[in-house]
Design a protein around this ligand. Sequence first.
Ligand SMILES: NC(=O)C1=CN([C@@H]2O[C@H](COP(=O)(O)OP(=O)(O)OC[C@H]3O[C@@H](n4cnc5c(N)ncnc54)[C@H](O)[C@@H]3O)[C@@H](O)[C@H]2O)C=CC1
Ligand SMILES: O=C(O)C(=O)Cc1ccc(O)cc1
Length: 368
Amino acid sequence: MVVKQTILMIGLGLIGGSLAKRFRQSGDYYIIGYDRNQTTLTYALINHVIDETCEDLTDSAYQADIIILGTPITETIQYLQELDQMTFERDVIVSDVSSVKQPIADASDHLQNPRIQFIGGHPMAGSHKKGITAAKDHLFENAIYVLAPSRDCTEDAVKSLEHLLKETKSHIIRLEANEHDEMTGVISHFPHLIASALVQQAKKWGDTHAFIPQLAAGGFRDVTRIASGNPDLWQDIFYHNKEKLVQLLNDWIEEMEALKQMLEQDYKTALTAYLKQAKDYRDGLGAQEQGAIPSFYDLYVDIRDQTGAIATVANLLAAEKISITNIRILEIREGITGVLRLSVASKEEQLKSYKLLKQQGYDLMLDE
Ligand SMILES: NC(=O)C1=CN([C@@H]2O[C@H](COP(=O)(O)OP(=O)(O)OC[C@H]3O[C@@H](n4cnc5c(N)ncnc54)[C@H](O)[C@@H]3O)[C@@H](O)[C@H]2O)C=CC1
Ligand SMILES: O=C(O)C(=O)Cc1ccc(O)cc1
C-alpha cells in the first residue's frame, strides 16, 4: 500500500482552495486545511476540498510532508516566521503562492530552521473573484507555475514539490525572485494599476458626460477587464512590489510625455510607427515558442447572437478532438453578430479548426 503524503494548506481561498481541490482529487495526498475564516474551513471540509481541518497549527505542521501557504503576502511572511520557531523531527517542504516573490525570498533568507526546505511558488492564473467558493480544481491547467527555490534548499526538495505540482497540469519554470517581480510587474501588476486608472478617468468624465457608461464597450472593456479584480489582493501586491511599480510609473510618465509631444507637434509618421511597433509586438505575443511558456493559437469567428451559437462551434471542434484552451466573446450585442475568440494549443489545431469552420460556412480569421 502506498502511503499518502500529507499536505498542510494554510489559507483556503481562491488559490489555496484550488490547489487543495486538485491535490485531494488526485487521491495521492491527504490534505489538512487551515483558514482563519471558520466558514471557509467548514465549507472546505463539507465539500471535500480537504480531508481534515487543522485544530492546532504546530501539530498539523509536524504531520505534514509539504506545507503550502495560500495566504495574502503579509500573512505569508508571518507564517514563515512562525514555522521557523517549530521543532520538526524531519525535513518539511514549505512553499507559498504569493504574487510577489522578493519579500518572500527575503523572509526565507532569514529562516534559521535547518528542517525547512523553502521553495517560493507562484501559480500564474487567477480570477477576479476571491474565496473558496470561486476555487476550481482546473484553475492552473496550462498556466505558468513559477518556482523560486531558496538559497539553501536541496534539489531533491524542489523535485518533490515539482512532482506534486504536476497534478495541476501547469508549466513549471524556475525564476530568481527579483527577476520574477520585474517581469510580473511589467505584465501583470503595472497593467492592473493602469486599468484601474483608466476606469477612474472614465468615471470622472462620466460625471459630466452621461453616455460614457453606454459607450464604454469593446475596446474599453477589453483593456479594463482586470480592474474588476479583488482590491485587497491588488493592494497587497502593489505594496509588496512598490519599488518596481514606482520605476515603471516613472517610465510610463516619460512615455506619455513623448506621446503628448507627438500629438501636439502633429508627428503623424512617428505616431503611426509607434502604433505599428506596438501592434507588431502585440500580434507576435503567444505566436512564439518560448520553452515552457505555452503558446496559444487564436481564431476569430463571427457568430450570431442566437441561443446555442457558441455551443455549436465548440461541438464542431470537439467532434474532431480539438480542445479549446481559451474562449472569449469579444463583443456581442443583441440581434447582431459578435466575435468569438477561440484559442487552441497548436498551429496544426488552429489550421484544422479554420478549415473545419470554413467548410461549415463560418466567417473567420486567424491570428498569425
Ligand atoms: N487571486 C489571484 O488571481 C492570484 C493570487 N495569488 C496569490 O495567492 C494568495 C492568496 O490570494 P487569493 O487566493 O486570491 O485570496 P483569497 O482572498 O481568495 O484567499 C485568501 C485566504 O486566506 C485566508 N487568510 C487570510 N489571512 C489568513 C491567516 N492569517 N491565516 C489563515 N488564513 C488566512 C482568507 O480567509 C482567505 O480564505 C496571495 O498571496 C496572492 O498574491 C497568486 C496567483 C493568482
Ligand atoms: O493575469 C492577471 O493579471 C490576473 O488577473 C490573474 C492573476 C492575478 C494575480 C497573479 O499573481 C497571477 C494571475
